[in-house]
Design a protein around this ligand. Structure first.
Ligand code: BGC
Length: 730
């Protein structure tokens, strides 16, 4: 027998033995009591836990590297190509956890030779105020994760927009905790229904990117609970996510991933969160302290929760009961989400279905901010020439960067924070609406040629973009690259100038008075251009409303100057992976409860566009308000469509608390989105849980209703509330 033949036979034998053992151990696992899906996730987790060795337990508490970023490890081949993975326990039927970022779609499809739908950004979708859209959003991502072999999402960004220059504002759900929490909760609920582990992040107050690894956020307990934590609490209550990702920053002195107050006292005790806490990538700073504080899983490596954790258990520094608690949380989440009963099966992503959902959500998310003289909708019959102006507006629309980035089809995998344009072409989408008109394009690089084209066209549509991404904050809210001058010159050449913004956050508009119409399409996703064209030509009546205030200038923000690390600060490298790390600078959120519109209201500062604002092609009137106090306060009123087109109205309810509560002037407490045909009216009823009317008090800590006189207000935006009614609440 030749050597090669011998080697081949040995390999064949080894493979056969491996396959045999695999089948035997799988069928053994299959017959075990924890495979009984009639038992509760907790009972199933306990049964597995009893069988596990210490090494197997430790395996569940850390990652094994992030391909292409961390040093490759021998078991790297087990990775599905996502941001991280956790080993399973094959002999007990516990699968690996394969994690992927999936903020507005599944990340890293390019380098893995796969495809993902890009939905409109999270901020965009928040402008729909639509819980069904949030559900569709989550379900699509859940399906595409599974199709690509992942069983955990790292999406679910819920940080409150307290600093609008934050480069990740597009990944979050705006400035109001009740709106943000409700939407992210519905997204997670439907994402997890696809049998993937859901996640909510970045817990907590990771509200700026500047110095995010080194910053210490100083904030009062009350402001913390009534802003960011309230959004997380609502999101967790509605969505039941498997995991909460702790953030990079420190909060009141302790890094979030070793912050006992945040992880144990609030999350696990006060809110009774049964899932696990996963660290943001390289946000773990210790073994004993982090484990005791409530961190359950370190990512993406095992610097602190691998050998060091095992050693800490063996030397008695970390009790085994603490390890068991971490492991139980991971296991029960896997059973609860259905990872074990419905193992992942790779399949082909439903591209057409994804386009449809992406377009529909973009249509619900695009906000009509200005529409002088009913410029919009455009009338195909009357238009002979249209100028399409703007960088890449012939080709595509911009998307948000960082770990949220979805790879665009037909091009190489994205490099970190590269500007990626999705091939959804405004020029083509508009041209398709007006086959008999001339539609011409100018990139806008030279405002003079753009203005000349605008002058000889019936209307000019400028697509203006503001790219944002992770690990950066914007220096200001102005459009970059001379686009303000471009818009001003085009508007001077053509009074029928329409601006379509592709933005990741609020935008300043020095040219606002001189343009006829403005739409904010945000980062609009795979089918953004079709959605925008449908709105421009009136096939869709816009209904979205701003989930964040657009200020007049940075001078009006709570922190006119972005708080950045001082020059002498040692930087990220000094704190990351260091067990001794301390934050190196502080940001003091001394605006307290006054976040977003609550700030502008309290400080009497006029804004460019208020929270909750958005126009429609029809008109609505509000009347007949009644307030019924009770276990839940119920506010009812009538909304009538007084215009000539059908539409969806987002009717908002705000409450002013009694003066003794010492709160900002008002807060959003509920809303209802209703479809009304022309001339139709409907009684709307909004249920308000008592907590949404309460304040977070200390000693004893918790939510309390302040007895006194409450004013309820209803209307189309935070600054337009035609109805109001006072009641006493006890
Ligand atoms: C981000 C997280 C992300 C993780 C993994 C971090 O830089 O802050 O949001 O999930 O990377 O990619």
């Amino acid at each position: 027998m030749t050597m090669t033949l011998l080697v081949r036979r040995c390999l064949f034998l080894a493979a056969a033995i491996f396959a045999f053992l695999f089948v035997v151990s799988r069928s053994f696992a299959q017959q075990q009591p924890w495979m009984n899906s009639q038992l509760s996730p907790d009972a199933r987790a306990d049964l597995v836990l009893e069988e596990m060795t210490l090494d197997e337990k430790i395996d569940l508490l850390h990652g094994n590297g992030m391909r292409g970023v961390s040093e490759p490890r021998p078991n790297d081949y087990l990775s599905n190509g996502g941001a991280g993975f956790v080993l399973g326990v094959p002999r007990l039927g516990i699968p690996m956890i394969q994690m992927s970022d999936a903020a507005y779609g599944v990340r890293s499809s390019g380098e893995n030779g796969r495809y993902s739908t890009a939905l409109p950004s999270n901020l965009a979708a928040a402008a729909s105020w639509d819980t069904q859209a949030a559900c569709d959003y989550g379900a699509l991502i859940g399906r595409e994760l599974r199709a690509q072999g992942f069983n955990m999402t790292l999406g679910g960004g819920t940080n409150i927009t307290r600093e609008p220059r934050n480069g990740r504002t597009f990944e979050y759900q705006g400035e109001d905790p009740i709106l943000a929490g409700t939407l992210v909760g519905n997204r997670i609920k439907c994402e997890q229904a696809q049998h993937v582990l859901g996640d909510i992040k970045h817990y907590a107050v990771n509200d700026q990117e500047s110095g995010r690894n080194e910053v210490n956020v100083i904030i009062t307990k009350r402001a913390l609970h009534e802003s960011d934590l309230l959004a997380f609490k609502i999101g967790i209550t509605i969505g039941n996510p498997s995991a909460v990702m702790c953030s990079y920053n420190a909060v009141n002195g302790d890094f979030a991933c070793e912050n006992k107050y945040l992880l144990t006292d609030v999350l696990k005790k006060e809110w009774a969160f049964p899932g696990f806490v996963v660290s943001d990538w390289w946000a773990t700073h210790s073994t004993v302290k982090a484990s005791a504080a409530g961190l359950d899983n370190e990512q993406p490596m095992d610097e602190f929760f691998g050998a060091k954790l095992k050693e800490a258990v063996q030397s008695g520094k970390v009790p085994l009961s603490e390890i068991d608690d971490h492991v139980r949380r991971v296991l029960r989440s896997e059973f609860a989400a259905g990872l074990i009963d419905f193992p992942t099966q790779k399949s082909v992503v439903d591209v057409e279905g994804g386009f449809d959902t992406a377009r529909r959500i973009a249509e619900q998310s695009t906000v009509l901010l200005k529409n002088s003289n009913a410029t919009l909708p455009l009338d195909h019959a009357k238009l002979h020439s249209i100028a399409i102006i703007g960088l890449n507006a012939d080709f595509g629309m911009i998307s948000g960067g960082g770990s949220a980035q979805v790879d665009a089809p037909g091009r190489a995998p994205t490099k970190w924070n590269e500007h990626i344009w999705f091939p959804t072409s405004p020029l083509k989408a508009v041209s398709a609406k007006v086959p008999n008109a001339t539609v011409a394009f100018d990139s806008g690089k030279d405002p003079v040629t753009a203005a000349a084209l605008a002058q000889k066209s019936d209307v000019a549509i400028v697509f203006a973009s503001q790219w944002t991404g992770e690990e950066m904050d914007l220096p200001n809210l102005s459009l970059p690259d001379n686009q303000d001058a471009l818009i001003a010159q085009v508007a001077a050449a053509n009074p029928h100038t329409i601006v379509v913004l592709e933005s990741g956050t609020a935008v300043l508009m020095p040219w606002l008075d001189n343009v006829a119409a403005v739409l904010d399409a945000w980062f609009a996703g795979s089918k953004g251009a079709d959605a925008v064209a449908n709105i421009l030509f009136g096939d869709v009546n816009p209904s979205a409303k701003l989930p964040m205030t657009f200020p007049r200038s940075e001078a009006d923000l709570p922190h006119p100057n972005l708080v950045i690390p001082p020059k002498e600060a040692p930087g990220r490298a000094a704190v990351i992976k260091s067990g001794e790390a301390k934050p190196t600078f502080a940001v003091n959120y001394d605006e307290g409860l006054k976040v977003g519109y609550k700030w502008y209201d309290a400080e009497n500062k006029p804004v460019l566009f208020p929270f909750g604002f958005g126009l429609s092609y029809t008109k609505y009137s509000y009347s007949a308000m009644k307030v019924n106090p009770g276990k839940e306060t119920v506010v009812t009123f009538t909304v009538k469509n007084t215009g000539s087109r059908s539409g969806d109205e987002i009717a908002q309810v705000y409450a002013a608390l009694p003066a003794s509560a010492a709160e900002p002037p008002k807060r959003l407490v509920g809303w209802n989105k209703i479809h009304l045909n022309s001339g139709e009216s409907r009684e709307v009823s909004v249920q308000i849980p008592v907590e949404y009317l309460s304040i977070y008090g200390e000693n004893p800590d918790g939510w309390k209703l302040v007895p006194g006189s409450y004013t309820f207000m209803a209307g189309p935006s935070s600054k337009d509330l035609p109805l109001s009614s006072k009641v006493e609440l006890k």
